[in-house]
Design a protein around this ligand. Structure first.
Ligand SMILES: [Zn+2]
Length: 238
């Protein structure tokens, strides 16, 4: 794909990011989150799992606490204070009515105009088979945007229906359409990723090694966005 990416719409004030695991937002789009919060927008994170199966050398019982702490730290670096966890089992996320209900409840409480989620397609942008947690979380988030606005779906939820979501931005998509200029926010993006210390150590990624790939990705995206370092998204309008 070589056509140019469009600037992301700016007519929103609150975003809710729905991701499967701690680190999805960081690797996917932390620079864009830093740019948004830096311009006064409010961004909250909803994590479907605590990523307890993500560190090979650590049992899930140990990892669950470490990963939760690292997620709070990495969110704070890019101006995100509100981080919630739904406690689904890492690795076994399915797109069920229960998950849609939990995400719809969060959308009704946070009342975002923008929902951000992570690649829901079968394949990753590098052509690999995608994680089932990513696929199912992304699809449940898209479905939950519709659910949140319909008072006859999940009518037992406390929060009132919210049909104010205008956009869903999918990070890490195989078919990006829009981009966010992250000039001046790459350091924050790198720091946000590096806050996942134990996770990176578990993957054998040494301190400092995340910078190169993150900058390279932003520069490569920039080739379709006027030469500015950027984070790409697939934008769906609702
Ligand atoms: Zn993930």
């Amino acid at each position: 794909m070589t056509e140019n990416l469009q600037p992301m719409p700016n007519d929103w004030t609150r975003a809710l990011a729905v991701a499967a695991h701690p680190d999805d937002m960081e690797f996917g789009c932390a620079g864009a989150v830093a740019a948004w919060t830096g311009s006064g927008k409010q961004v909250s994170y909803l994590l479907v799992t605590r990523g307890e199966a993500g560190i090979d050398g650590m049992t899930p019982a140990e990892a669950v606490k470490v990963r939760e702490e690292e997620q709070h730290a990495s969110a704070a670096v890019v101006g995100v204070d509100a981080v919630e966890f739904l406690d689904y089992a890492d690795g076994a996320v399915e797109c069920t009515p229960g998950l849609r209900r939990d995400i719809a409840a969060a959308i009704r409480r946070h009342r975002p105009e923008l929902v951000v989620t992570f690649n829901h397609h079968d394949f990753t942008y590098t052509g690999k088979w995608n994680s089932p947690d990513h696929r199912n979380t992304g699809r449940a988030a898209l479905d939950a945007v519709l659910d949140a606005g319909n008072r006859w779906i999940f009518p037992d939820l406390d929060a009132k229906p919210w049909n104010g979501v205008k956009y869903v931005a999918v990070a890490g998509s195989i078919q990006p359409t829009h981009a966010v200029d992250v000039t001046g926010f790459l350091d924050a993006a790198v720091a946000s990723v590096e806050a996942h210390q134990a996770y990176l150590a578990g993957l054998g990624i040494p301190p400092g090694a995340a910078r190169g790939p993150l900058e390279g990705f932003a520069q490569a995206t920039g080739q379709r966005f006027g030469g500015r370092p950027a984070i790409p998204f697939e934008l769906l309008e609702f």
